[in-house]
Each structure stands twice: as C-alpha cells, then as structure tokens.
Design a protein around this ligand. Structure first.
Ligand code: ASP
Length: 344
C-alpha cells in the first residue's frame, strides 16, 4: 500500500486507496497560505495548498486533491469569488466522487465566505469545512497546519454531513450561520457569541454536541445586487445616513442599536427612504439576541417596521447583507418573500 498522503486530481484508481476518504482542498489564500515578504511582513496567499498539506501528517490517512482557486488576502474576496467558489463546490458535490471539501481562507472575511456557501450549498452528502489560521505557517506555535489537519478530519467525518457549512478553528467546530471572528490575533480567533461551538475536534475525532438550525437554501446567482451596511452608533448625524442612501444601494442593512433602534437623527431620513420604496433590513449590532418591537418612540424598531422596514434576528449585519443580496437575486423586490428567506 502506498503510505503517502495520496494526491490525485480525480481520485482515479490509486493503489490501496478504496477505503480512504477523498477530500478536496480548495485553497484561496490568507495568512494560512502566507510567506514572509521582503521586510518580514506576511504576504497572504503565497503558499500553495500542496505545501500546506505536506505538513499535516495525514500521510496514508486520506486521499487529498488540491486546487488553488485563488491566492488572495481575504480583503480581496467578495461576490465574484463567492460565486466561483460555490460553483466549484457544487460541481464537486454533484460529481458524487468525493467525501468532503475543505476551503482554506484568510480569517478577516472568512465568516462572509463561509456564510455565503452556507446559504447556497447542499451539504447533505458532502461536508464543506472552512478554515484558516491566525499565525503564519512559519511562526512559532503556528495554528496553520493544525487547523488544516483538523478541517480535513472534519470534512472526512460522516457526522459532519447535513450540518450546513462548518468553520473549523482551534479544535472548535462552528456553524457558518453564527460564527464570527472574535480576536484579531489570538489562536481562538472564532466563536459563535452566545451559542458556542456545535462540536469539537479532539484526537482526530469529531464530536457533534448540538445541531444548528438552518435557513432555507437559496440559489447561487450570476449577479448579486448591491447591499450596503449602515452601522448605528450613539450621536450619529443625519448626514451619514443620507450619504449612504444617496449613493443608491439596491438595499440597506441597518446594523441597529440593541433590539433594533436607530439614532434619533436617522429616523426621518430612513422613513423618507422607505416611503420612496427603499428596501431596509434592521438587525442588531449586539453579539447575541433577537431584534424585537419592544419600544415605541422615534427611531424605535417598531416605528421603522411601520414605515416599511423588516427586522432580522440572530444574524450579524455582514451575514444579513449576504442573505438579503441572495434573496433579492432570487425574489426581486418581493418584500414578503425576502423577509421569509430569513426565517429559521
Ligand atoms: N489578513 C489576513 C487575511 O484575511 C488574515 C488571515 O488570514 O488570518 O487574509
């Protein structure tokens, strides 16, 4: 038996490989794939997926096929890349020739890409796992190889099927529906605030502890409408909200205060925009908990809803933005269909 980590693009007849899980690694760049530049700072996306995989110690444990989809820092990843990545994942899933997919990604926008994939992919038969690292592979105590190894193990686990897209980081497994980057530098860089991980990776095994609730799957569209985020804060002036609305986004997510309120000065500006037909979703900038029409005063969620906005619970503004864009691509300006796409 070939005892090396077996790498083969199409997993065609490898000696002694029948029992080994077939995992495709799609690398996109980020710190996990970075190398030191001329002045010692990390240049994201330089290392190949093959180079990373060679250090995971998975020799003889699984068959791996590596594809470099992009080599980018994650601040350069957006709608075009999400669509392309989702298309590739769908092709691989539909091929019925693989057991799991791992996506390596820069951590700064990992939660956006993972959530996009979560909204559009069918993971019933093939787990899709996204990971990255906080430290560059060359750093002392780097999490790059450990996180990749754990993500590969998770993608090979039958217990990871049908849970939506998963984010594997520092031995914790999160639903892409709730995960957020919570530290700019520490190894435990991700969490699902208020909810925690759905499971753990321990000594090579995946232990599932809670099943995530899922929202309905949406199509991966050829084009996404432009949805912007307007973050609320104490003392905000009307000009800020006006400037964003005048730039004419197709829709807006207001990252609201507490239960979904907005600064007092924004109340008439948003009411006027809603009157003219703007699509505005309101979520909470808190880390945990639902929006709710608990209050009745100028700028309250209740007032915004009466003016035509709709509220979103349990999603960060970044995730709500992605779901709003996907649901508008699917349902146009049908507000009740769009709002229903946010049901749990
Ligand atoms: N700046 C990096 C990126 O997102 C951070 C990382 O990968 O951890 O590409």
């Amino acid at each position: 038996m070939n005892n090396k980590l077996q790498k083969n693009k199409d997993f065609s007849e490898l000696p002694g490989s029948a029992a080994l899980k077939r995992i495709v690694l799609l690398s996109t760049g980020g710190t996990i794939a970075s190398a030191p530049g001329r002045d010692g700072r990390a240049v994201a996306g330089v290392l190949s997926g093959e180079a990373l995989l060679a250090h995971t110690g998975l020799d003889g444990l699984m068959q791996a096929s590596v594809e470099s989809v992009f080599q980018k820092a994650s601040n350069a990843i957006g709608a075009t890349e999400w669509r392309q990545l989702a298309e590739r994942c769908t092709q691989l899933i539909d091929s019925k020739k693989i057991d799991g997919i791992v996506v390596t990604h820069g951590t700064d926008t990992l939660e956006d890409t993972a959530y996009y994939l979560h909204c559009v992919l069918d993971t019933a038969d093939v787990p899709v796992v996204v990971t990255g690292s906080q430290r560059v592979p060359q750093a002392m105590g780097s999490d790059a190889y450990a996180n990749l190894r754990q993500a590969m193990e998770l993608a090979a686990s039958p217990h990871a099927r049908g849970l939506g897209v998963l984010v594997s980081f520092n031995q914790s497994v999160f639903s892409a529906g709730f995960v957020r980057k919570v530290s700019s530098y520490q190894l435990h860089g991700f969490d699902a605030p208020g909810l925690g991980p759905i499971g753990m990776l321990d000594e090579g095994g995946f232990q599932l502890l809670q099943r995530p609730v899922m929202q309905k799957r949406l199509p991966n569209p050829a084009q996404l409408p432009r949805v912007d985020i307007l973050p609320a804060y104490g003392g905000a002036e009307a000009e800020m909200a006006r400037a964003v609305l005048q730039s004419a986004p197709d829709a807006l997510v207001v990252d609201g205060l507490g239960r979904g309120q907005v600064p007092l000065a924004w109340a008439p500006v948003l009411a006027e925009a809603l009157e003219k037909g703007a699509i505005i979703a309101v979520c909470s900038s808190t880390l945990h908990g639902a929006t709710h029409e608990s209050y009745d005063y100028p700028g309250s969620l209740h007032e915004l809803i009466n003016a035509g906005a709709f509220n979103v619970s349990h999603l960060s503004a970044r995730k709500a933005r992605i779901r709003l864009a996907l649901s508008m691509a699917a349902y146009g300006k049908n507000i009740s269909a769009i709002a229903a796409a946010f049901n749990w």
